[in-house]
Ligand binder design. Structure first.
Ligand code: IYR
Length: 223
């Protein structure tokens, strides 16, 4: 059995209730403005901004603190092109052959198709891999816990970090995503989870006129 961790005092910022209310409202307003962007500008974004968003994602809670994620950030144009070509090849088969009619109908209002120009236009592609198990130097495997939940939370925090710093992204999930292990040289215990193009929106970017459910539709208080 490993020794228990040392206990240290919690570093917590105590705020008066009125300040909590104001911060709650203003952060909601910031986040409500976030949109998934599919039309990117090719303007460059400093590596430090990507690093900061990944560092923020890395603060996420995770099962047994295993931090079962690996991020790969790509700005090499040749590699972005390879990723685009491989993603489009998979997506073309998915859209034309693998999707059920029901799925195709669900996507129709969004107007997405197999073409993914943003994979080359956006200055950065960030791929998050989920690790169902870790492999140590001698090749032995350690199971991770709540991997989907942990990595989902980390990706949510990544998106939040990008949005609040003033950058746009898209949660892109070309299916299947195994080609990302090959192109990025990642081992088989890492499963591609989400591919995020990151950058500035194109000047003429448009987004679908969709609504979010109201609070009443998504919450029940008590029984
Ligand atoms: N992965 C495909 C299809 C797709 C699926 C869902 I569900 C979306 O909300 C959007 C797209 C693609 O990226 O086009």
């Amino acid at each position: 059995m490993p020794d228990p961790y040392d206990s240290i005092p919690l570093d917590f910022t105590e705020r008066p209730p009125e300040e909590i209310r104001e911060r709650a409202q203003s952060f909601y307003e910031v986040m409500a403005q976030r949109r998934s962007v599919r039309d990117f500008s090719d303007r460059s974004v400093p590596r430090e901004c990507i690093a900061a968003a990944i560092r923020t994602a890395g603060t996420a809670p995770s099962g047994a603190n295993r931090q079962p994620w690996q991020f790969v950030a790509v700005d090499d144009p040749a590699l972005k092109r390879e990723i685009r070509e491989a993603a489009e090849e998979e997506e073309k088969t998915t859209y034309e052959e693998r999707m059920s009619d029901e799925w195709r109908e669900a996507l129709a209002p969004l107007g997405t198709d197999w073409r993914k120009p943003f994979l080359e236009t956006a200055p950065w592609l960030v791929v998050c891999f989920a690790k169902p198990y870790d492999v140590d130097e001698d090749g032995s495997k350690t199971t991770n816990y709540y991997v989907q939940e942990s990595v989902g939370i980390a990706c949510g925090m990544f998106i939040t970090a990008l949005h609040q710093m003033g950058l746009a992204t898209l949660t892109h999930t070309p299916a299947p995503m195994g080609f990302l292990n090959d192109l990025l040289g990642r081992p088989s215990n890492e499963r591609p989870y989400i591919l995020f193009p990151v950058g500035y929106p194109a000047e003429d970017a448009t987004v679908p006129d969709i609504d979010k459910k109201s609070l009443d539709e998504i919450v029940q208080w008590n029984r």
